[in-house]
Write a protein of this length. Sequence first.
Length: 318
Amino acid sequence: MRSLSLFSGGGGLDLGFERAGFLHVASFEIMEEAGQTLKKARPGWDVYGGESGDVRGVDFKKWRGLVDVVHGGPPCQPFSNAGRQRGHLDERDMWPEFVRAVNEIKPMAFIGENVPALGSAKFSNYVVENISGPLSEHYHVTPVTLQACDFGVPQVRRRIFFVGFRNKRVANRWKAPQPTHYWSDATIDAGGDRCMGLREALGLPDIGTDDLSPTIRSSLTGPRHTTSILNSVAAQRKFDSLKIWPNGVAASRESARAFVAKNGHFRLSVPDVALIQGFPEDWPFVGATYMTLGQIGNAVPPPLAYAVASSVADALKR
Ligand SMILES: C[S@@+](CC[C@H](N)C(=O)[O-])C[C@H]1O[C@@H](n2cnc3c(N)ncnc32)[C@H](O)[C@@H]1O
């Protein structure tokens, strides 16, 4: 099956789809560096990056009949708890473009991803008016919120996915991905493998305690660019207890080691943060450190993307 990616960023969803067996048709991403990341990671992919990747200027009808699944995560800033939550009043709201692309391509299925706040009561009207409403004319749409650590990612990170199928029978047999991993005793009975804690995942010595990483932030989300992955005061406390320094993330492990944090805590590097987000170590993020951290922090963790993509593939194949 063939997939087309919108708002591709550094490729979290794209990578999950590839692992789930989809043939990559094209990626569209407005940020030049992120487009270069995709191109460097997969030279054979058809990547529209920078100006040519701006979905607002693309006539998607030419992909009709050539794509089975359209997927994408429109920018989350209009809905994120960390922002002003202005929804459709925010000029970065790109859901109408996602809907337009789906309606022009008419794939068998789509997956649209965002922050869990989009599933909250505050945005229930927004969702009906801008996502499920306009898409349900031709699609059966189900939202599902998933937790990254349930799929082996050493991080607390919830994301909402709007999954839509053209065919009602296919929609009825689709099953939301079930956890493959557990962290807390509450989920241990469901079986699966134990998810690693942050220190274990980073290969750090046992200090008698470990935990999942707090949700990492994207350095491109706030008003100022930063090389911190810190989201909140609670996250600061968690990193402190794990003796990990979440600010001033270094470009490489070598430079992290050479630049010891004042309190002696472990300084993170870009490959460490990629690992916390479930990317393979060698995924070649392009750009200055804040840019690479932005691509990582914006991404759907690939193991989570894989789980959702596989669930859709299973429903379509049967
Ligand atoms: C939440 S991120 C997507 C992350 C991606 N799904 C992943 O898993 O790695 C949203 C992306 O949309 C891109 N974007 C914003 N406006 C766009 C536009 N008009 N056309 C194409 N991409 C756009 C941003 O640069 C950002 O990389």
